[in-house]
Design a protein around this ligand. Structure first.
Ligand code: S3P
Length: 159
């Protein structure tokens, strides 16, 4: 399994699609699949039941993925020990975007429940997660200023 990890806005979904075409493998967009399975959007899950409810569903879904696919994860996948153990069984690519890139890409985002509120809080969330992304990564792919094509090629060369 190939797992793409990284903060919100790092380009996991875009790269998963391109990688899927390049490698002729299926890809799974975790957030979308969880939404389909639960019959609710992520913002709805967060507002109706709280973040921990979404995290439970996220872990359940991650556990259910079998086969040899490309998995685009949600930015918080690295928070649970159990998830980290599962990810470590596959090949993990960390799409490393700088704070500036993330802010630029998510400037118009009004959907993501954890991309709301104070800028300092969001930056702290990224900083808290950085060591987790880094330690779990088999490969760290810096993405700032690169096109999806270039990023995809870099990943393919690592395989
Ligand atoms: C989250 C990231 C989101 C989604 C949920 C929580 C996070 O996915 O799973 O809103 O905790 O960083 P993306 O990384 O695809 O935005």
């Amino acid at each position: 399994m190939i797992y793409l990890i990284g903060f919100m806005g790092s380009g996991k979904s875009t790269i998963a699609k391109q990688l899927s075409e390049e490698l002729h493998k299926e890809y799974i967009e975790m957030d979308e699949e969880i939404e389909k399975k639960e019959g609710a959007t992520i913002p709805q899950m967060f507002s109706d039941h709280g973040e921990s409810y979404f995290r439970e569903k996220e872990t359940l879904f991650l556990k259910s993925i079998k086969g040899d696919e490309i998995v685009s994860t949600g930015g918080g996948i690295i928070l649970a020990d159990e998830n980290r153990d599962l990810l470590a069984e596959g090949t993990v690519f960390y799409l490393q975007a700088s704070w500036e890139t993330i802010v630029e890409r998510l400037a118009d985002d009004t959907e993501r429940p954890l991309w709301k509120g104070e800028i300092a809080e969001k930056k702290a969330r990224l900083e808290e997660r950085l060591p987790l992304y880094e330690s779990l990564a088999d490969y760290i792919i810096p993405v700032d200023g690169k096109t999806p094509g270039v990023i995809t090629d870099e990943i393919v060369k690592c395989l």
